[in-house]
Design a protein around this ligand. Structure first.
Ligand SMILES: O=C(CO)COP(=O)(O)O
Length: 140
C-alpha cells in the first residue's frame, strides 16, 4: 500500500512517535510524506520515505494529485487544529480529495493507530483491487 504521512509543525513529534511505534507495520508499505515531515521520519526512524515538497510549498497538493490519480491508499495527516496555516486551501483540498476518492484518512493519532492496525489486519485489501483502475471503473 502507498501511505502518505503528514504532520503540522506542532504535531511532528507525535508523528515520529507514531512512526516509531508502528515501524514494523509501516516498513511493509511504500511511504510518502510532505518534505519536512518525511525528512524527520526518515532521519529519526530509519524508514524509507519518498519526500514531496514541503506542505506550504505544494506538498499537500502533490499528495492530492496522487490521490486523484488513484496512486495513494491511505493518508495519515496529523493536523494541528489550534494554529492557522497559510496554506489552508491546500489542506482543505487534500482532505476533500481523500473523501472524493474514499481514501481512508486519519487527522489525529488516535485514528491513525486504528487505521494502521486495520491495515495490518488486512481490512484494506479492497484497495489492491481498485488501485490502477480508471476513474470510470471505480464504484464512487
Ligand atoms: O504543512 C504541512 C501539511 O499541511 C506539512 O508540511 P511539512 O511536512 O513540509 O512541514
Amino acid at each position: 500500500m502507498k501511505i502518505a504521512l503528514i504532520a503540522h509543525d506542532k504535531k511532528k513529534d507525535d508523528i515520529i512517535k507514531l512512526a516509531t511505534a508502528y515501524k514494523t507495520i509501516l516498513e511493509k508499505h511504500e511511504l510518502f510524506a510532505t518534505g519536512t515531515t518525511g525528512k524527520r521520519i526518515a532521519d529519526e526512524t530509519g524508514l524509507n520515505v519518498h519526500c514531496f515538497k514541503s506542505g506550504p510549498l505544494g506538498g499537500d497538493q502533490q499528495i492530492g494529485a496522487y490521490i486523484s490519480d488513484n496512486k495513494m491508499d491511505l493518508v495519515l495527516f496529523i493536523r494541528d487544529p489550534l494554529t492557522a496555516q497559510a496554506h489552508e486551501p491546500d489542506i482543505s483540498a487534500l482532505l476533500r480529495l481523500s473523501d472524493v476518492y474514499e481514501i481512508p484518512l486519519a487527522t489525529n493519532v488516535g485514528t491513525a493507530e486504528v487505521l494502521l492496525r486495520g491495515l495490518d489486519a488486512g481490512f484494506y485489501e479492497w484497495r489492491d483491487f481498485y488501485r490502477g483502475k480508471d476513474r470510470e471503473e471505480l464504484p464512487f
